[in-house]
Design a protein around this ligand. Structure first.
Ligand code: FES
Length: 130
């Protein structure tokens, strides 16, 4: 099935719509690797603070793990060739309302790429040298 939108219209869709589409990169970019990362493959620090994004429970996002995306905190494909891959993540429902799938909640995403609870900020950016 072909899209009825002309190409220039597709390119101007807001990013909030684009990130909800199926992940646009070939599956070979999603395979995991257990080898140690070289210094050149280490994630870049996109920012020394978290970023809040309002999302509904059940929404799927692809969190940028490499720090090179221009659409932080989400992947834009800039990880190509780094050996790093994005993290697929589904927004969970609030703990006090596990059946609520309609109310948006603000998620604090890590941008320093050093969180130990990806993709959620755990405050690790406070320990990093600027
Ligand atoms: S752009 Fe950073 S993981 Fe894809």
């Amino acid at each position: 099935m072909q899209s009825t939108l002309p190409l220039h219209r597709l390119a101007t869709r807001p990013i909030i719509q684009l990130r909800r589409l199926a992940f646009p990169f070939p599956s070979r970019h999603l395979s995991s690797s257990s080898r140690r990362l070289t210094p050149a493959e280490q994630p870049k620090i996109a920012a020394y603070e978290s970023i809040g994004v309002s999302l509904k429970p059940g929404e799927e996002v692809w969190w940028c793990r490499c720090g090179r995306s221009q659409e932080q905190p989400f992947c834009d494909g800039s990880h190509e060739g780094t050996g790093l891959e994005p993290l697929q993540w589904l927004v969970p429902p609030p703990k006090n309302k596990p059946d609520d799938t309609t109310t948006p909640r603000t998620i604090r995403f890590c941008q320093c790429k050093h969180t130990k609870t990806p993709p959620i900020c755990d405050g690790s950016h406070k320990q990093l040298k600027k």
